[in-house]
Design a protein around this ligand. Sequence first.
Ligand code: FPP
Length: 251
Amino acid sequence: MYAPSELKTIPRHVAIIMDGNGRWAKKRGLPRVMGHREGVKRVREVVTAARELGVEVLTLYAFSQENWRRPSDEVSALMELLQTYLVNQLNEMLTNRISLRAMGDLDRLPPAVKKTLDETIERTSGNTEMILNLALSYSGRYEIACATRNIARDCLEGRIDPDQIDEKLFSSYLFTADYPDPELVIRTSGEKRLSNFLLFQAAYSELYITSILWPDFNRSEFVKALIDLQGRERRFGMTSEQLKPCTVNGY
Ligand code: FPP
């Protein structure tokens, strides 16, 4: 068991690619949806852990734009699980003062899910303890394209000058404009890729890849990932010597 007492620093923003639900189910001879159902339990557990540990923003990759290509019964099951999660967790979010946000091409969600999502976001909007940011119908390239389109529009309409466009301004057009970049990106199930997740924001994120499948990624595994992060030196292109007297990004 990995205990929070071993944690000296807590990252402000943690992002997770929750992978391996299907394999977890297959290993047990169960339908894939059972893996997703068990995965929702870990979502609840990790959200609670992050909130207790003092993480400010937890971003979960819950459904990618590529996931729309899955068999329609699996897509429907995932949408139903999302809807049920939102309904069941509202009180928990209110009690724990968690603010729900979502990012992605949200208009593609089934209308009933979109309605519940909007209502949950609205009902929890005043909460300030932690932001739970769900990436839904999300694609990093789509996000960058949207940002570029909006920047171009603002240039054409005279709100900004093209010479003003730098990394900071670009970031302010992303879905994550209000959050710091994630210090840590966790990926479960052993795959070693970003899969179109936070492509701009993860430029300097530390990656933590574990072979544990998402339905087995419990609170202890989450704490273990944070302990692993604090043993790393984040140099942002500088040398170790340069880093010693200062901190970067408050980390
Ligand atoms: C990847 O596993 C996981 C997903 C595509 C969906 C993640 C969804 C959940 C954990 C549950 C719903 C989320 C919320 C927030 C209620 P996979 O199916 O690709 O696994 P595999 O690679 O082993 O097939």
